[in-house]
Ligand binder design. Sequence first.
Ligand code: CTP
Ligand code: CA
Length: 225
Amino acid sequence: VQDLFRAKFLSGYQVLVTAGPTREEIDPVRFISNRSSGRMGYAIAQAAQAAGAQVTLISGPVALSPLTGVQLVSVYSAQEMLAAVMTQVATVDIFIATAAVADYRPSQPLGHKFKKHEAHWQITLERTPDILATVASLPHPPFTVGFAAETDNLIEYARAKLQLKKLDMIVANPVGIAGIGFDSEENELSILWAEDSIELPRAAKTELAKQLLEVIIQRYQKSGR
Ligand code: CTP
Ligand code: CA
């Protein structure tokens, strides 16, 4: 890994990374979101920059500092993240979707604060756009890498997502285990593509990011794009 990074093996490449959660507004003071800290995505953006790539990081709301040398686009909702991705994607070589995009949003966000007059409150939710699937189905998509966060059937569900969304690669990430995944410093990853897979055992997200980038660039070069 060290040698590849010293050789700036991503020089001349444009890499686009999504990171963090999105927030979907219920009313002006409330939102739906999730436990993503953004750490994995920021670590990948940082590693890609260190490897010489020109990196754009499209980030939902996180408590992390901007990265030196990485262009940061801050967004709020899934819809905003999609719009930001689509304005960047045409010139991108590699797209890495680490964001934990909210799958549902309130169908009718309220323009005023909802008052607690009732014992129950029902909110109707609708699906958000799938940013990764949208990118992968473009006529000339970049090399597209997704993540799959799963509590069970990790590899099976990840491989299904690889095929369904027509991705070049998917990174399976167990969640719901103490100390790894969402909102933690460490992770363990399985990287899957059509022909094969590789396991990256538990390590700091910063270390895993470098190892993952190495695998991505090898596959990207073999893909001949
Ligand atoms: N993703 C996305 N846009 C969405 C939902 C997910 O771009 N609206 C991306 C994520 O960034 C990730 C991949 O799709 O790279 C898989 O996300 P995940 O939540 O694991 O899977 P989903 O397809 O959303 O399905 P489910 O949550 O039901 O498992
Ligand atoms: Ca999801």
